[in-house]
Design a protein around this ligand. Structure first.
Ligand code: HOZ
Length: 430
């Protein structure tokens, strides 16, 4: 595969951008290659600057559930742009997108738009602290809630990928106010939440973890979390930046039947433009300025182009049977990969929730951070490079998910399965 132009762009980028990238996982260090520079994308395909075409399973890390450059979304963005790109004042589209979100997600009575998932989680935690008057945030090892200070303790995504234990620059006081406990461990959960001396304001959780690879909640994990937080007056925050509008139109909370106090959204609700949101019970949301004292603001919040893209995306997702169809396709691919692994004799774990999936190179079930990091990341790196050489673009880290979109056809998935079989056999040759 020719990657000369990407290679020279990466050298140029490294001179003016730290690491040559604007988000660390994209540097592809853990899979042992340099990043490709992308020129354009359409449907399930990505095209790089050297003219290579790839079947894309990153989907911009989640937003592209309809595939790239969907005509209805592009049209909505172009139409909105004709009328101006930012006003710093309320627009009708903000009410439309907010109403769609409130109708879709049953626990959300009011919603505030921001510009990214990180802004959403950071603002939701401030709100929880302001509402409860308490200080401590409880999170789970290997979950990732963006890069705000309180969340980098034992975090997933790029923090695990690069093996960084936390981050310099996060003050000790902040670390002291964040408690990180194992995902799916009910005993530790109960002991921690019942420890009154911690003064816990909120628990934040990915209801299906997507940043240590895909890790599903154990039966009773989310319902126990809900019951305990309710009794103890702790605000329960679901980070649905990945799962929102992905696992179903009502998110993971609809699938698992557990209703949080606050929900963070991002990715899909922006239709590929930068949007985040946090919402929940009116009683809590009304503590935000200007109605209440908890401050949060943003020049580009509710941006008209982003709102138009989000509205168009959500309308497409209302199509009858959309999520069942996506789930069927994803289950088909997971089943094929499982069969192939068994047939060739390679020990892997395939974790899947709807159209989110991770193939872990380990023989033990992956249920939390400790089991996720037992995966053989060297093998993942080789698999990644082999798949890339055959036109399949996977996440450049063992600890991320594959995103399947409506644009992937069964032929695309069959091709992916064939290439996976070839790659697995090659891995076993050495
Ligand atoms: N935090 C993202 C993955 N979970 C990576 C974002 C990016 O590199 O674009």
């Amino acid at each position: 595969m020719e990657t000369r132009i990407s290679g020279s762009m990466f050298q140029k980028a490294r001179k003016v951008i730290p690491g040559g990238v604007n988000s660390p996982v994209r540097a592809c260090r853990s899979v042992g290659c340099d990043p490709l520079f992308i020129k354009r994308a359409a449907g399930a395909s990505l095209f790089d600057v050297d003219g290579n075409e790839f079947l894309d399973f990153v989907g911009s890390w989640g937003p592209m559930i309809m595939g790239h450059a969907h005509p209805a979304i592009i049209k909505a963005i172009c139409q909105a742009a004709q009328d101006g790109t930012s006003f710093g004042a309320p627009t009708p589209a903000e009410i439309d997108l907010a109403s769609l979100v409130v109708e879709a997600v049953s626990s959300i009575e009011k919603v505030r738009f921001v510009n990214s998932g990180t802004e959403a989680t950071m603002s939701a935690v401030r709100l929880a602290r302001g509402y409860t008057g308490r200080k401590t945030v409880v999170k789970f090892d290997g979950c990732y809630h963006g890069h705000a200070d309180s969340f980098l303790v034992k975090a997933g995504s790029g923090v695990i990928t690069l093996g960084i234990p936390g981050s310099p620059g996060v003050p000790e006081d902040i670390v002291r106010n964040t408690v990180s406990i194992p995902y799916n461990n009910l005993d530790i959960l109960e002991k921690t939440l019942r420890n009154a001396s911690l003064e816990i304001a909120c628990v934040i959780v990915e209801p299906v973890a997507g940043n240590m690879g895909c890790v599903l909640p154990a039966p009773d994990f989310l319902s126990t979390l809900r019951a305990l937080t309710r009794v103890l007056g702790i605000v329960l925050i679901f980070d649905e930046v990945i799962t929102g509008f992905r696992l179903s139109y009502g998110g993971a909370q609809e699938v698992y039947g557990v209703s949080p106090d606050l929900t963070c959204l991002g990715k899909i609700i922006g239709g590929g433009l930068p949007v985040g949101a946090y919402g929940g019970k009116a009683e809590i949301m009304d503590c935000i300025a200007p109605d209440g004292p908890v401050y949060q603001a943003g020049t580009l919040s509710g941006n008209p182009l982003a709102m138009a893209a989000g509205i168009a995306a959500l309308k497409l997702l209302q199509k009858q049977d959309f999520y069942n169809e996506l789930d069927r396709k994803s289950a088909w691919l997971a089943g094929r990969l499982q069969d192939i692994a068994e047939r060739v004799g390679l020990s892997v774990q395939i974790n899947r929730a709807g159209s989110l999936m991770t193939l872990f190179f380990t023989s033990e079930p992956v249920t939390d951070f400790t089991s996720a990091i037992k995966s053989n990341t060297d093998l993942y790196g080789r698999h990644y490079r082999q798949m890339l050489s055959r036109g399949i673009y996977l996440a450049p880290s063992q600890f991320e998910v594959a995103f399947i979109s409506a644009a992937h056809t069964i032929d695309d998935l069959e091709k992916t399965a064939e290439m996976t079989e070839w790659s697995f056999k090659k891995l076993l040759e050495i």
